[in-house]
Write a protein of this length. Structure first.
Length: 149
């Protein structure tokens, strides 16, 4: 954040930092910025969230941590990285990113990411889709695929 023009950064555990104050996680400042945003717009947090959903659609996030056998993390990454993989369960694979694990985009519904833990024998599965039930279905389907590898 100090070297580039980055406005906000977040981490998996929920920490948020902003370059508007200190480039560090600070819950008090984040809460104050949110309160200021609500006051400036004259709307409740729920109203602001509904406006975001109306403009951009809803997104529902989920995560599963899988205990895996030795070598299974590598097999899972190889499986989802394979360009021959054209579908993931019921959904078309439209593109991939491999910046931190492998992120697979599933048509218009959203994405799933398979990311090995660097410190534990865990494979982390993340998904975000337009519906909460679809997010859970994607995570369950990918979990089944990984367990079968």
């Amino acid at each position: 954040m100090l070297e580039q023009n980055i406005l906000i950064g977040g981490e998996e555990s929920g920490g948020i930092g902003t370059s508007l104050y200190l480039p560090e996680r600070d819950a008090t400042v984040s809460a104050l910025l949110l309160a200021e945003l609500m006051a400036w717009h004259g709307k409740s947090l729920g109203e602001l969230l509904r406006a975001l959903h109306a403009e951009f659609g809803e997104y529902h996030y989920g995560r599963i941590d899988l205990d895996v056998k030795p070598g299974q993390k590598e097999k899972a990454i190889a499986h989802f990285s394979d360009g021959k993989l054209k579908t993931c369960s019921d959904w078309p694979v439209t593109r991939r990113e491999n910046m931190d694990g492998i992120k697979v985009y599933l048509g218009e519904i959203g994405w799933v990411m398979v990311r090995p833990s660097g410190t534990e024998n865990l494979l982390r599965l993340y998904s975000e889709t337009s519906r909460a039930d679809t997010t859970q279905r994607v995570l369950a389907a990918v979990s089944r695929i990984v367990k079968a590898l």
